[in-house]
Design a protein around this ligand. Sequence first.
Ligand SMILES: C[S@@+](CC[C@H](N)C(=O)[O-])C[C@H]1O[C@@H](n2cnc3c(N)ncnc32)[C@H](O)[C@@H]1O
Length: 360
Amino acid sequence: MTPDTIYCGDSIRLLGEWESGCVDLVFADPPFNIGYVYDRYKDDLPDAEYVEWTRDWMSACQRVLKPTGSFYIAIGDEFAADIRIIGRELGMHLRNWIIWRYTFGQNMRVKFCRSHTHIFYFSMHAKEFTFNDHLLRFPSARHTEYQDLRANPQGRLPDDVWDEFPRVCGTFKERTGFHGCQMPEALLMRIVMASSDPGEIVLDPFIGSGTTAVAAKRAGRRYIGIDLSDEYATHTRKRLEQVELADKAGESDGWPALHIDMLAQLYRETKVTLANLLPNEVALRVVTASLSARAGHEYSVEEVAAQFERMAARLQIPKLPNDVPFVARSHVKSEGKRYVRRVTRYRGRRDTDPQEREAV
Ligand SMILES: C[S@@+](CC[C@H](N)C(=O)[O-])C[C@H]1O[C@@H](n2cnc3c(N)ncnc32)[C@H](O)[C@@H]1O
């Protein structure tokens, strides 16, 4: 096993060839067995076969994890309970059953809209594991609402429901375009920061578009990625090269691109609009302390406030829900009626029961 490599092949076979206990952190986002179309994998096994395969790859990952290692697994509703049970059977310790709640889920007509994925966080040992709480903190409501000086100046830890990572949609700059299940880099950055230290080895046995490797590399960890598809592996290697080039070239006003991305993510976690955050020195101090910890560089409150202003001027501040003033779009007036007619005709072709039609 060579660190900083993207392997092409079957995870169970490759992991079986490696020495045991050589990896510090595993993040796995396997196919969910929901009939998704991948380059080389057929995502519709019979349920029992899928569960058996899940057990096999989970124990292959467990074998290469160090006794102090951590194991995160993303999975859909259909097999979440199986993962929990297999984790227990393999003797791993469940630390959190995280819900990643996202916007832009799928709209349903005859059931509630699905807008989450499960992320299991297991540790190999009950008490000995890495958890870098100082790299995860952000201002609490005590800071943002009450400017309470008694609140922990380092901020608070995230909940186990994560709603600060939007899904990577087609229009996002981050979107690579060659893989339909790309995870957000910021989400992987949280996991990598939480459960590994610089220089440690992060393994993703289903690397897909390469997100885990990108987060690990940017955070100064070493990565190993595996995918069945030669095409995905090749694209991932290119993505990693581009990240390196962008990070090297990405100094803006003396700020590395990575630190600007980290500040943008902290803003998302704080969930307070810039108009309310900038005058609130108590909250800004927490943002500054947290950014300094994540970036490994001491920033001052003034530097952070000035960077926020520059990001706002360049439209680099992420949107919070309902954060922008409503502006009526001119095309609604001119095109609206025609558009509604077109959509109704289109839906009418597929709907058998008009009663169940969604009225959005
Ligand atoms: C859900 S995607 C992972 C997406 C990834 N987390 C990302 O952010 O892009 C699952 C990936 O597992 C790969 N895969 C399926 N079976 C595999 C196997 N036996 N060994 C290695 N990779 C496999 C598929 O090709 C697919 O790219």
